[in-house]
Design a protein around this ligand. Structure first.
Ligand code: C6P
Length: 415
């Protein structure tokens, strides 16, 4: 560890946390792994791996269906997981927690069901110019079918939402505002409380894409007063293939179902079908039972920490990264918003981001390169993409030092 590196910051013991993640203790290309691709997906703590393997080893069964002990056990664990997620984001009721495959499916659900039923020709959906494609394309697909428009809220050269332009865009034709809590490409933390209150004053509903928010700080959907909040299990130490859509009960109750099939119905006949109550109305087919149980283990894991201590630790790490970056010749930060979480996007003069990624990987340092599924903001900045180091609670100043040492070495090949 770097000499100045605090092992324990604000009551959070990072070395202890690192021991929970078996994947971190490996060498890649002959060097100890420095995993800085956490915005893509985080590593999993042993308790999540154990929850998954115990479920498949002992309790594997379908839920809400079987008349036997294993099905009862699986159903109890699956519904307990929903309650854990409810408490984790402080939703009013567990029926407001819908299981999905992840953020992408959560947003598609709202677009296909809610947006399709409310949008008419001339209506508008506002998204920010820094959104992930998952929070742009589903709205475009629906807007195309009904003559509505998807409009980008401008973003400054620093990567901040232009709140004045946003206020100017809000009129009675805006039915939906969809904004990321934290940008995966730039790390910008958006002022979502303000975004939500302004949208509500204009009569619009708000979806917050929390894919990069939930992993870094505590989220309270009632305090935010958002109408929908979407996130993925795999970016918050849980399994892939499981995610959450939170929605206010009155809105979800009024929405048509998303997919048809088993579980989402009350009665089926050729004369007509009636639908199940929340949350099952939106959960057609056999769900990802193991995934939900694994996600509950991740919720338990995160909840075992003082979340504000972890957030302070991560923000100290990012500040240290920015400090080192400022003294690194040829490095240009992409995204310099006043409030940043999780991600550090950058370019090296004269080097293509994918070459940076490859040269870092050869030294055991994992980062992501490319447009990060955020082509509109890359286009605005006039760049094809960036290299991105993204952080989780188990990263250290030593990781940051090794990252810059590897970057220094890469530079000798690139420039
Ligand atoms: N961002 C990244 O490396 P899914 O794939 O459904 O779990 O999440 C999609 C998604 C939606 N919104 C934001 C803000 C995201 O960051 C992501 C996923 C990954 O940045 C993969 S592109």
């Amino acid at each position: 560890m770097n000499e100045a590196a605090p092992n324990i910051v604000a009551g959070f013991d990072v070395e202890r946390a690192r021991r929970d993640f078996p994947a971190l203790a490996q060498e890649v290309n002959g060097a100890p792994l420095v995993y800085l691709d956490n915005a893509a997906t985080t590593q999993k703590p042993q308790c999540v791996i154990d929850a998954l393997s115990q479920y498949y080893a002992r309790d594997n069964s379908n839920v809400h269906r079987g008349a036997h002990a294993l099905s009862d056990r699986a159903t109890v664990a699956f519904e307990d997981a929903r309650k854990k997620v409810q408490a984790f984001i402080n939703a009013k009721s567990s029926s407001e927690i819908l299981w999905t495959r992840g953020t992408t499916e959560s947003i598609n659900l709202v677009a296909s069901s809610y947006a399709r039923s409310v949008l008419t020709a001339g209506d508008k959906v506002l998204v920010s110019a820094m959104e992930h494609h998952s929070n742009i394309v589903p709205w475009q697909m629906v807007a195309q079918t009904c003559g509505a428009e998807v409009i980008a809220i401008p973003v400054s050269a620093d990567g901040e939402l232009d709140m004045q332009a946003y206020e100017n865009l809000l009129d009675e034709r805006v039915k939906i505002v969809a904004v990321g809590h934290v940008s995966n490409a730039l790390g910008t933390v958006n002022p979502v409380e303000k975004v939500i209150s302004l949208a509500h004053a204009a009569g619009a509903k708000v979806l917050i894409d929390g894919a990069q928010g939930v992993p870094h700080f505590a989220v309270d959907v009632q305090a935010l007063d958002c109408d929908f909040y979407a996130f993925s299990g795999h970016k918050m130490y849980g399994p892939t293939g499981i995610g959450v859509l939170y929605g206010k009960a009155d809105i979800l109750n009024a929405m048509p179902p998303y997919q048809g099939g088993g579980e989402m119905i009350k009665t089926v006949s050729f004369a007509g079908t009636t639908y199940n109550e929340l949350p099952y109305k939106f959960e057609a087919g056999t769900p990802n039972i193991g995934g939900a149980i694994g996600l509950a283990a991740a919720v338990d894991y995160l909840s075992g920490f003082d979340r504000s201590a972890v957030a302070a630790y991560e923000s100290d790490l990012l500040a240290y990264t920015h400090q080192r970056a400022a003294n690194f010749e040829g490095l240009q930060r992409v995204g310099c918003a006043r409030q940043i979480a999780g991600a550090f996007s950058f370019l090296l003069a004269g080097a293509h981001p994918s070459d940076i990624g490859m040269l870092l990987d050869q030294q055991g340092v994992a980062v992501r390169t490319g447009d990060h599924c955020a082509q509109p903001i890359m286009k605005q900045f006039g760049i094809p993409g960036t290299a991105r180091a993204s952080f989780a609670l188990y990263n250290t100043r030593d990781d940051v030092d090794r990252f810059f040492a590897a970057l220094e070495k890469a530079k000798t090949f690139l420039m």
